[in-house]
Design a protein around this ligand. Structure first.
Ligand SMILES: [Zn+2]
Length: 245
């Protein structure tokens, strides 16, 4: 688990050492036990996470204080302003993007399909509108994903990108096949919305090259396991507890 801790928040990206954290097909009770058993999470005192039924959309779900533990509706991004309520996304080559915006946090599942539709940029704009926090004051954490070394796409996919967003072609390279720099394109989408470059931090690992460390959909040719990436607000150290459930 890669953990990033800052004033008032914690963001984490799991890896194979944490096991497959595909909570989505488990009951809320099973998911809660799995969550509570994670060594990196155990000391944080956080309840089980909320997550979406991911469908490669650009839908951003707002998670309120009354949201039940576990799976919410169909979406590929979640945000919450509720303290100490972890939200997260599942990936196994796609890029997990975690965002801190003042008192709110957001988690985004950015595969190439969502990235073609600018899910990260759109979600940042929506988060800014919902919170009043300028993207220039947001912090972004990008987790492990398939690297440009390994993300090969067909000509027809490149044509889709060309039609949707001609500028995205800067992140493609043509060798024997087309390769996409998924992380780089998501960084550009953040910068276009006004996020500061220095406020974007990375786990630069390629999930396919490092498939001994990460679950990789492409390396394993199917669904053999999943990383879970989460973010939550924490009470500021020394500050009184918010009292939220
Ligand atoms: Zn690679």
């Amino acid at each position: 688990m890669h953990l990033f801790r800052g004033p008032g928040f914690v963001a984490g990206f799991s890896d194979r050492a944490d096991g497959s954290l595909d909570f989505s097909d488990r009951t809320p009770e099973e998911a809660g036990r799995l969550w509570a058993g994670l060594p990196a999470v155990a000391g944080l005192g956080l309840p089980p996470p909320r997550f979406a039924h991911q469908v490669h959309s650009t839908t951003l779900l707002r998670v309120g204080a009354d949201a039940p533990a576990g799976r919410q509706g169909q979406a590929d991004a979640l945000m919450t302003s509720v303290p100490a309520m972890p939200i997260g996304v599942f990936t196994a080559d796609c890029l997990p993007v975690l965002v801190v915006a003042g008192e709110a946090v957001m988690a985004v599942h950015a595969g190439w399909k969502g990235t073609r539709q600018d899910i990260t940029g759109r979600s940042i704009a929506a988060l800014a509108e919902a919170t009043g926090v300028s993207p220039a004051r947001m912090q972004v954490f990008m987790g492990p994903c398939i690297g440009s070394c390994c993300l090969e796409l067909g000509e027809e996919v490149v044509e889709e990108f060309r039609a949707t967003d001609p500028g995205s072609l800067a992140c493609f390279a043509r060798g024997a096949r087309w390769h996409l720099d998924l992380r780089g394109l998501n960084v550009i989408q953040c910068l276009e919305r006004g996020v500061a470059r220095a406020a974007i931090r990375h786990v630069n690992d390629c999930t396919k090259c490092l498939s001994d460390r990460y679950f990789s959909y492409r390396q394993m040719r199917g669904r053999h396991g999943t990383q879970f990436s989460f973010i939550a607000r924490l009470p500021e150290e020394g500050a009184p507890s918010s009292g939220a459930a």
